[in-house]
Design a protein around this ligand. Structure first.
Ligand code: FES
Ligand SMILES: [Fe+2]
Length: 453
């Protein structure tokens, strides 16, 4: 090799020593080019159901959605569906959403609150702990059929920092060990104090991994989303954590290094300053000073509103997106004011479709000076106080999900990439160092599919 390709791209934010912002050491994931059949073959999809989905921890919901005993939320992935329920002792349990009698769905709604679950087909009743409470006309059963009092089938469930996970086969290591992120990484954001203010599930014409890949790098920003260049650096800091986890720190409030003019302040930078309480008219710095000015303003704001989570964050975290990949199918854009959760959910039968499930979560502060950040792109008039939990907006394939211009661009892109990936003319993805998170993710996926894990 003629040059050190890893040194050719030097992005390192020089986070404060000892902080979670510090760039991690490189991980050598080799240079193998995977076979693209993983993106379209039904056989590979079947393997994922044998070797991947049952064995990992899957993000099934968030704790603010089920604060009280009996509150539940339903989680679908592929052909399976689970119900996650708050228990009387404050714990959380998860069950297959299947009645043991004749397999009807026990919960027909996506969320709700119950004293007990009553199956709509023949009226069997189950406690929130999944135990069978009563069988309609029990005297008409041969007693042997009910001898073990069939209840809802439980799956393993645990939570960290407001995020609820399930493990279907029950054999994964403990959640804390399995999560490749250091302690505090998730907890510092205090997601348990946020609320879902928007939930959109759109169907895309691509494999779930084609979708995920497109959100795991910022290499494509100048080409597909040139409008981001005035306010976002596309040379991100990429970090690879154990167990297929990863993150990219996308510096926000700065102009891309690709733009010649690094002086004049971009209109969207001005908008961000206003959000942070800075009057752009009196700002005397250049475009390259904006990110730091916003960080200072937010630091003061955190003190004014007594936001404990700000105290735990580096200056960089106050402006930047810490887009964090939770193996296998989740990325969360993490910000102090809120988080943007993306789940890439496989379709029940078609390897060339997936559901892009987004929960926008916001930490409400009752002060007119504290507003919802522009990046959330919330439509006018939505409740942001957390008083009402919005229903899921289901968006069919081929319809734009109304999640903003950038995501509309991704919908089109991802469908085109999907078609190309199944062409005989494509030999597999050629990933550069800016795409190291993709390599890291696929390498971990291989370990599951090949039985190394
Ligand atoms: S299927 Fe549930 S009670 Fe019959
Ligand atoms: Fe994109």
């Amino acid at each position: 090799m003629s040059a050190n390709f890893k040194a050719a791209w030097p992005m390192n934010l020089h986070g404060p020593a000892g902080s979670l912002e510090v760039k991690l050491a490189d991980v050598d994931n080799g240079v193998d080019v995977p076979n693209p059949e993983r993106y379209y073959s039904a056989e590979y999809m079947k393997k994922e159901w044998q070797h991947l989905w049952p064995r990992v921890w899957l993000l099934a919901g968030v704790t603010p959605d089920i604060p009280e005993h009996g509150d539940y939320t339903v989680f679908n992935i592929g052909h399976e569906e689970f119900v996650v329920v708050r228990q009387a002792d404050g714990g959380i349990k998860a069950f297959y959403n299947v009645c043991p009698h004749r397999a009807n769905r026990v919960c027909m709604n996506e969320r709700g609150s119950v004293e007990r679950f009553t199956c709509a087909f023949h009226g069997w009743k189950f406690g929130c702990d999944g135990k069978l409470e009563s069988v309609t006309d029990e005297a008409t059963y041969h007693p042997s059929l009910l001898a073990n009092r069939p209840g809802l089938t439980e799956v393993r469930c645990d939570s960290i920092g407001g995020l609820i996970f399930i493990n279907i086969d029950g054999k994964a290591p403990p959640l804390r060990e399995w999560i490749g992120l250091p302690k505090g990484y998730i907890e510092n954001y205090e997601i348990d104090k946020m609320h879902v203010v928007r939930h959109v599930r759109s169907e895309w014409l691509a494999n779930w991994k084609t979708g995920l890949d497109a959100f795991y790098e910022t290499y494509h920003l100048p080409h597909i989303h040139p409008q981001t260049q005035g306010v976002m650096e596309d040379f991100s800091q990429y970090d690879l954590y154990p167990n297929g986890f990863s993150r990219m720190i996308v510096p926000i409030g700065v102009k891309s290094h690709r733009l010649k003019d690094q002086d004049s302040v971009d209109p969207y930078q001005q908008y961000m300053m206003k959000e942070a309480g800075i009057d752009p008219a009196t700002f005397t710095g250049s475009a390259s000073d904006v990110r730091e000015a916003i960080q200072k303003a937010k630091r003061q704001r955190g003190k004014r509103f007594g936001l404990a989570n700000y105290e735990k964050m580096t200056d960089g975290q106050l402006t930047d997106s810490w887009a964090t990949g939770y193996f296998p199918n989740v990325q969360i854009g993490m910000h102090p004011e809120g988080v943007f959760i993306m789940r890439f959910l496989p379709h029940p039968t078609d390897p060339e479709r997936f559901f892009y499930d987004n929960m926008t979560m916001f930490r409400y502060v009752a002060d007119p000076g504290y507003t919802v950040p522009g990046w959330m792109g919330l439509p006018e008039g939505m409740d942001t106080t957390g008083a009402t939990r919005p229903d899921i907006e289901h968006v069919p394939a081929g319809v734009k999900p109304n999640l903003g211009e950038v995501l509309d661009q991704d919908v089109e892109l991802v469908a085109a990439v999907q078609k190309g990936q199944r062409s005989a003319g494509f030999r597999g993805p050629l990933w550069c160092e800016q795409e190291q998170r993709l390599r890291h993710f696929h390498r971990e996926l291989d370990r599951y599919i090949n039985g190394e894990k």
